[in-house]
Design a protein around this ligand. Sequence first.
Ligand code: NAP
Length: 320
Amino acid sequence: MTEDCLDRVEEPIPAPADNEVLLRVLSLSVDPTNRIWMREEDSYLPAVEIGAVVRAAGLAEVVETKREGFAVGDLVLGMPGWQDYWLLSGDDMANVIPPGLEINDLLSIYGGTGVTAWFGVEDICALEPGDAFVVSGAAGGVGSVAGQLAKLKGAGIVVGIAGSDDKCRWVVDELGFDACINYKTEDVAARLVELCPEGIDAYFDNVGGEILDAALANLAIGARIAVCGAISTYNSDDPIGVKNTANLIMKRARMEGFLILDYLDRFLEAILGLAPLVAEGKLKYATEVVDGLENAPATLNRLFTGDHTGKLIIKLSERA
Ligand SMILES: NC(=O)c1ccc[n+]([C@@H]2O[C@H](COP(=O)([O-])OP(=O)(O)OC[C@H]3O[C@@H](n4cnc5c(N)ncnc54)[C@H](OP(=O)(O)O)[C@@H]3O)[C@@H](O)[C@H]2O)c1
């Protein structure tokens, strides 16, 4: 995405009408899916229309309210988008958050990032002790948590796939992965065979494309593939298709896409699972906070260049 796709517009702060709430946006989650929503075609949500505010999840604080269930000062998690003030109306997704929780954690480990990793490992990969587990996007927000969860749940080997030696060192030395493949300098397919000689039991896919194809080529019988993301395709009008799907038949494997939005009613279950692991220091995560809405476009692009480790968040303002 180039910055000339976007306009920065100044408007008066709106006043809430009946059943509306005015909120000041505090922090925004930077997610690959922001880019999906900017494509022309609809995805699991309608495409962002030309002229509309860029859609993004985030946290905001109530400054004025004419709606029951919201009080001035409440912290609200929802979809404020790339703007300083958010007028909540109609059916906008919004949940008041109990006090005491750390804002960045709500957008990372206890938000769509950590919770996606949790359900991807638990439900879709259905991880069993001893499994050979592989995750792509291994040093990113979701992947770094997924690999650790797999290890904590007894995987026999956890292999990450990431885009630099530094990232690989981080997931192995700091996060406890058993191995990591630098897909920019190594032959992923060959290394997967070397590291998982009996085949991959569970593959957590964050990137799609050629890396997914390499994993498909080396499945164990009964393998599960969690299709979480396909970031290698989000900027492409002609994505690379996979060739090795016949191996799903040979290996009686299951490949399943999932969306964290379908798990909203089970978030608490994941948070209660993640929190003790964080508290005991068994689960680590990295968060980088970038100041200023004006940096949102460049920060979103960093997800595609890989110029970050862990979760990216944009900070707009402090709580009052
Ligand atoms: N299904 C869901 O509900 C759900 C929820 C959250 C996220 N997701 C998906 O999960 C994936 C990870 O999301 P995240 O928020 O944790 O992002 P992230 O992994 O923190 O950031 C994206 C990473 O993708 C890698 N990447 C970028 N372009 C690539 C390419 N062409 N080939 C291979 N790797 C590439 C980069 O790391 P390298 O330096 O290693 O290349 C980059 O750091 C995304 O695909 C996202 O859409 C899905």
